[in-house]
Design a protein around this ligand. Structure first.
Ligand code: COA
Ligand code: ZN
Length: 312
């Protein structure tokens, strides 16, 4: 198949949720709001702005209500909230999230570690969420975490993933995300699974969520794009990780992904200089260096002066 690189790649920015959930320092509500407002101006059409989970499980995001109430909503931007159960859905709807991202894991053991439920209990709770959402305009997306591998169980059978995708479709979800929670995916596997899932869903309903834990994040994006996927999660600075998955580390880095797309001529609609300026503010906010690379190296086109005395 010859890939048409003129098709836009849509990035959902997840740093306010996946990025901050694992950070040990408390980020003030006002700083979370500022981050989301800046992201809204950088060109994203979708921002995962927080989660409504147990504050004991994820203390870093316990201020979800204040964050959603405090942000300046930009027309055309969908503000997503991650939820694990009915209580999370009630809180997110009350806080006027535009979309609920319901999460369960393909692996039974990671679902237990992360959600303290079996997959079946998660799906049953999601049935209640669908009833609650009813005829409202709120959108629903279902995530299958550990799709490409689990830190407790290793390889996950593709048929298990497909059954969960089917379950989400039966529940009436508008979108499905396949998540590589601890960066275990490889491009060949990604290509195969994306092709399989795109037999069941249009590309506009499928999102890929990669972590760069083993350095394969952007390779996996390209493999997914070449298999027909067009929507990807990414996180400013390469922040991110699931606190209930041993060895988890950052999401693919948004500015590195946008740089890749800019270089290849794949349109994203995201303003890279704006993103890089934002990324430079993260170390002082969070107290450590970021894994992202383009912010350190500069864009390909950022040329350097010749050393003194050299002749070009
Ligand atoms: N928001 C806020 N509080 C919640 C909640 C939610 N969505 N769901 C449950 N709670 C509260 C309950 O009200 C109860 O409070 P209480 O102790 O004051 O009575 C307490 O949490 C325990 O409730 P229970 O239903 O027994 O939950 P649990 O302890 O078995 O935990 C989850 C289950 C799903 C709530 C929890 O594991 C969780 O939030 N996981 C999400 C982890 C996460 O975000 N991972 C990264 C993203 S994938
Ligand atoms: Zn993640």
């Amino acid at each position: 198949m010859i890939t048409d690189y003129s098709e836009r790649l849509i990035i959902q920015e997840v740093s306010p949720r996946d990025g901050l959930q694992i950070e040990p320092v408390w980020v003030e509500t006002v700083d979370k709001i500022k981050l989301i407002n800046e992201l809204s101006l950088a060109g994203f059409s979708r921002i995962e702005a927080g989660s409504f989970v147990s504050p004991k499980a994820i203390p870093a995001l316990r201020d979800g209500e204040e964050v959603f109430q405090g942000i300046t909503r930009r027309a055309g931007v969908i503000y997503v909230a991650l939820i694990p159960n009915l209580k999370g859905a009630q809180r997110a709807i009350e806080a006027e999230a535009d979309e609920l991202n319901l999460v369960l894991s393909a692996s039974q053991s990671h679902n237990q570690a992360n959600m303290r439920m079996t997959r079946e209990q998660s799906l049953s709770a999601f049935g209640d969420v669908v009833s609650l959402a009813g005829d409202s305009s709120i959108r629903l997306n279902g995530t299958v975490a550990t799709t490409f591998g689990c830190p407790f169980e290793g390889r996950i059978e593709e048929d298990v993933v497909m059954r969960l995708v089917e379950a989400y479709l039966e529940l009436g979800m508008q979108g499905v995300t396949l998540a590589d929670t601890t960066g275990m995916a490889n491009p060949r596997q990604v290509y195969r699974i994306v092709q399989r899932v795109l037999d069941r869903l249009p590309a506009s309903a499928l999102t890929l969520h990669f972590h760069n834990t083993r350095g394969l994040g952007l390779s996996n994006v390209l493999a997914a794009y070449e298999a027909g996927a067009r929507r990807f999660d990414a996180s400013l600075g390469g922040l991110g990780g699931c606190p209930f998955a041993p060895g988890a580390s950052g999401n693919i880095c948004t500015e590195d992904l946008v740089n890749l797309c800019d270089e290849m001529g794949i349109e994203t609609g995201i303003d890279l200089p704006h993103l890089l300026a934002m990324s430079r503010t993260l170390p002082s906010l969070l107290g450590h260096e970021m894994p992202g690379q383009v912010v350190k190296a500069g864009r390909n086109g950022d040329l350097h002066p010749l050393p003194f005395g050299s002749v070009r």
